[in-house]
Design a protein. Structure first.
Length: 104
C-alpha cells in the first residue's frame, strides 16, 4: 500500500492515462466501489483507476451511467480473476440490496 493506503491497481491505472479516453495531461484516482466502507475496500483490493477530469466528473454526475456501470463490471471481473472466487467478491462487496454491484 502507498502512503494514501492504496494497493496497486488490478485494473489499468497509470498517471496521465484516463481509463476511458487514454492519454491526458491530468488524472485523478477513482475508487470503483464507494459508499459505506466500500471506498476503503476498493483501495485495499486495488479496485481503482485513473480518470481525466471530464470522465471523473461524468462518473460522479451520472452514478448509474455507462462509465460507472462499466467500472463496476470491470472491477467485479478483475477481482474475480485476481482472487479466483466470485463468492469472495459477493461476501466482501455485496451488502444489502446494492443493485449496481450485482452486475452480471
Amino acid at each position: 500500500m502507498d502512503k494514501n493506503n492504496y494497493s496497486p491497481s488490478i485494473l489499468h491505472a497509470e498517471d496521465g492515462v484516463c481509463y476511458f479516453c487514454g492519454p491526458c495531461l491530468q488524472t485523478a484516482r477513482h475508487e470503483v466501489f464507494y459508499g459505506t466502507g466500500a471506498r476503503t475496500l476498493s483501495k485495499r483490493y486495488g479496485l481503482w483507476v485513473t480518470l481525466c477530469p471530464s470522465c471523473h466528473a461524468d462518473v460522479h454526475d451520472h452514478p448509474d451511467g455507462a462509465h460507472a456501470r462499466q467500472l463496476w463490471r470491470d472491477g467485479k471481473l478483475a477481482f474475480i480473476k485476481h482472487i479466483n472466487c466470485e463468492d469472495e467478491f459477493n461476501r466482501i462487496f455485496v451488502k444489502g440490496n446494492i443493485k449496481h454491484w450485482e452486475i452480471k
